[in-house]
Ligand binder design. Structure first.
Ligand code: FMN
Ligand code: FE2
Ligand code: FE2
Length: 395
């Protein structure tokens, strides 16, 4: 199924209801779309391909409009295989097409696929006439990879933004922001940016600034995942701006693991004390909440509290996994508190502290260590800890 989104500009992407985990990591309860666009002018231009298993469906979408052998340009904004997996399939058909990408994308293409097509590397802000229309290429490094760019269709004022401004959630024929359930998209785009782009939030800020400075008109933002914004392109720009800004939120997030409930008792006692102090608290048991949702609720927390039982002299695996995400995704710096629960020698919380400090996070005192069931003395310490946490929240 295709859809004309502007005069001579077509959506030819596909919905994926099959992949359970995006990047084999992140849950897709509403599926995901791989968007691809076709521009018919004197030259025929394809923007992006799709993930490899959807190649046939995607080629059929193109065939509804034009013989794919007539494609002149294949714009590859980003080399990740969710956008390029089907490249070898189109390369077999559109033998005269030229791939257009940045100089950093060229060697990636070679190592991923090595297709037998002409190519053209484009500089930042370079323009290319395709007939009545012009494409302008704007380099956008680290949105999502180093080679990434954004393509602007000058006359129609459409930004093909690839991963930037994307969202999880399949489209089901509702391609535009004024057609789709935006409550679902608000949740899914936030989960998407948190799971995929948290390591590169400052590049989101840089890209938004760059686009604002270019002063170009934007009638539509057409990303490569999720809906096309035509009613309100600023909605997604403002949300991305807010979600990637340096400013932290005023809530406390407690993230913990627990095997038999002892550590959970500490977590819940701390939650109660914080609520009684009038603070907003989010809390996640890492064995139950999917990791991308935990990241959404913790990446901007003014104070982060992590609690682990000791498991074979190490942190509980799921807690350790979360702390790996904090360090790997380069969560913005903020006070981090730790609590641990143990049966005999302990050690879990010590290893978490060492890892966080190794990544230059400040682990605040006191680090609470509770031996199984919290005693009255432990409860006093938890009450005190809540007050220290309150003092660390941004105003
Ligand atoms: C599989 C397993 C391994 C454990 N390994 C250790 C350990 O190496 N050192 C230690 O001090 N306690 C260890 N414990 C004890 C727990 O850390 C302790 O009982 C703690 O209170 C558990 O909290 P939880 O019920 O919230 O998981 C282990 C417990 C289990 C079930
Ligand atoms: Fe990507
Ligand atoms: Fe992507």
């Amino acid at each position: 199924m295709h859809r004309e989104i502007a005069d001579g500009v077509y959506y030819v992407g596909v919905d994926d209801h099959h992949t359970k985990l995006f990047e084999n990591l992140w849950a897709l309860p509403h599926g995901v779309s791989y968007n691809s666009y076709l521009i018919i002018d004197e030259k025929v231009t394809l923007i992006e391909t799709v993930k490899e298993p959807w190649a046939e469906e995607w080629l059929d979408n193109i065939r509804e409009i034009i013989d794919p052998a007539k494609i002149d340009y294949i714009v590859l904004n980003h080399m990740e295989p969710d956008h390029t997996g089907a490249l070898p399939h189109i390369a077999e058909i559109a033998k005269n097409a030229t791939m257009i990408y940045t100089s950093k994308a060229a060697p990636m293409q070679k190592s991923f696929y090595d297709v037998d097509l002409e190519d053209k590397t484009v500089e930042d802000l370079e323009e290319l006439s395709i007939g009545k229309r012009t494409l302008k290429f704007v380099h956008a490094p680290f949105l999502h990879w180093p080679e990434t760019m954004v393509t602007y269709l000058v006359e129609d004022e459409i930004v093909f933004s690839c991963d930037a401004f994307g969202s999880f959630g399949a489209l089901n024929g509702k391609h535009f922001d004024d057609e789709i359930d935006m409550r679902m998209i608000e949740k899914e785009s936030r989960r998407y940016i948190s799971a995929i782009i948290t390591s590169y939030l400052r590049f989101v800020q840089r890209a938004i600034k760059k686009v604002k400075e270019l002063g170009i008109g934007i009638k539509m933002i057409a990303p490569s995942h999720g809906p096309i914004y035509r009613k309100d392109p600023m909605w997604v720009i403002n949300h991305y701006d807010q979600w990637s800004s340096d400013e932290l939120d005023k809530h406390v997030t407690i993230v913990y693991g627990s095997m038999y409930g002892f550590n959970q008792r500490v977590a819940l006692l701390l939650k109660k004390e914080l609520i009684e102090l009038g603070l907003e608290v989010r809390i996640h048991n890492l064995s139950y909440t999917e990791m991308s949702q935990v990241i959404v609720d913790s990446v901007r927390a003014g104070v982060l509290v992590v609690g682990t039982p000791t498991y074979d002299a190490h942190p509980f695996p799921r807690v350790w996994n979360f702390v790996n995400e904090v360090c790997g995704k380069r969560f913005p710096k903020r006070p981090i508190f730790l609590f641990g629960n143990y049966g005999w020698g302990g050690g879990g919380v010590r290893k978490l502290k060492a890892q966080l400090e190794d990544s230059r996070y400040e682990v605040m005192e006191p680090v609470l260590k509770v031996k199984a069931r919290p005693t009255d003395e432990d409860k006093m310490q938890i009450k005190k800890l809540a007050k220290v946490i309150m003092g660390q929240l941004p105003n």
